[in-house]
Ligand binder design. Structure first.
Ligand SMILES: Cc1cc2nc3c(=O)[nH]c(=O)nc-3n(C[C@H](O)[C@H](O)[C@H](O)COP(=O)(O)OP(=O)(O)OC[C@H]3O[C@@H](n4cnc5c(N)ncnc54)[C@H](O)[C@@H]3O)c2cc1C
Length: 277
């Protein structure tokens, strides 16, 4: 498969190259951990790759109570931030769930979101943390809540030429991410459960991965958890509701029934981890 490689120096140049794609189309290239496999397998055949490697998005900043994660920051750099395990334990655990150390030296959050996989380990915790996504495109910059970007597997609501520039989450929030998979690394999760506790009502955000078509928040589960310290009965009802209403399917990784049992167990554990002692 032949393609040309462009290495833009600015976001504006990258957007222009992506929007003015030659016949065959263009694809943005971040870490390449998904894209290069897709090209190799013939799932996509772009005639131009646009490297995001020289763009000023390999950054991590704290600003006004937010953590702003540059789209091309390797996940390994995020995981090494000394404040992350204490300030956002759920995000820390989710990042470390992705692949292996070697993979995380290349893989990025922008690529994970753009790929929008049902079994992503990052999307559930980003949804629970109420992440917002900053985009740049032919019509300029915009910011939108993550759920408005996610459309389906490998599908987002980005317009042609639009790139993810950064992801914004609260700088601190009690949170947890628990997952289950057959092998501990370089495998894909069967189910991922993310919870985050807010200071004010509504207190809880709960999101799942391993659901179809993309990871999603479960508002009916969140509604059951109406206190910062839900008792055993509320936790049990929430676990049962998550198992009941999540849109699971049977695939090569797990059966629908197994996923339902897993999610109830992991949600009970995650809520106990984050509940006020
Ligand atoms: C062996 C292996 C194990 C894995 N394990 C896990 C796992 O445990 N959990 C998990 O969640 N994922 C896993 N993955 C998937 C993968 O590593 C992640 O999805 C990764 O975060 C993708 O980031 P990337 O930078 O490599 O994206 P790339 O491969 O460079 O790009 C992926 C897609 O996103 C687009 N894109 C990239 N960056 C941007 C941007 N800034 N704006 C717009 N579009 C963009 C590309 O055009 C492409 O379509 C695994 C992959 C492999 C190969």
């Amino acid at each position: 498969m032949a393609f040309s490689l462009a290495v833009p120096r600015s976001p504006a140049e990258a957007v222009r190259l992506l929007a003015d794609a030659p016949p065959g189309g263009a694809e943005a290239l971040a870490g390449g951990t998904d894209l290069l496999l897709d090209i190799d397998a013939g799932r996509v055949a772009p005639s131009r790759l646009i490297s995001l490697g020289r763009l000023p998005w390999r950054t991590l900043r704290r600003s006004g109570g937010d953590l702003v994660i540059g789209a091309t920051l390797p996940l390994r750099d995020l995981e090494r931030d000394p404040r992350l395990p204490r300030d956002l334990p759920g995000l820390y655990r989710a990042v470390r769930a992705v692949g292996s150390v070697a993979l995380r030296h290349r893989a990025t959050m922008g690529g994970n979101i753009a790929r929008s996989s049902p079994s992503s380990d990052l999307l559930p915790i980003l949804l629970a943390l109420e992440a917002r996504v900053r985009l740049v495109g032919p019509s300029g910059p915009r910011e939108l809540p993550l759920p408005e970007l996610l459309k389906g597997p490998r599908e987002t609501t980005r317009v042609p030429g639009e790139l993810i520039a950064a992801i914004v989450v609260p700088a601190r929030r009690p949170s947890a991410y628990l997952w289950q998979r057959v092998r501990p690394s370089n495998d894909i999760s069967q189910v991922g459960v993310a919870v985050a506790r807010r200071e004010r009502p509504p207190y809880w955000r709960v999101a799942l991965g391993g659901v179809w078509p993309v990871p999603a928040r479960l508002s009916s589960v969140e509604a059951i958890l109406d206190s910062p310290d839900p008792g055993d009965i509320a936790v049990e009802l929430a676990a049962q509701e998550a198992a009941r209403c999540a849109p699971f399917v049977t695939d090569k990784r797990a059966t629908e029934a197994y996923r339902r049992r897993l999610v109830a167990t992991l949600l009970r554990r995650a809520l106990r981890e984050v509940t006020v002692p």
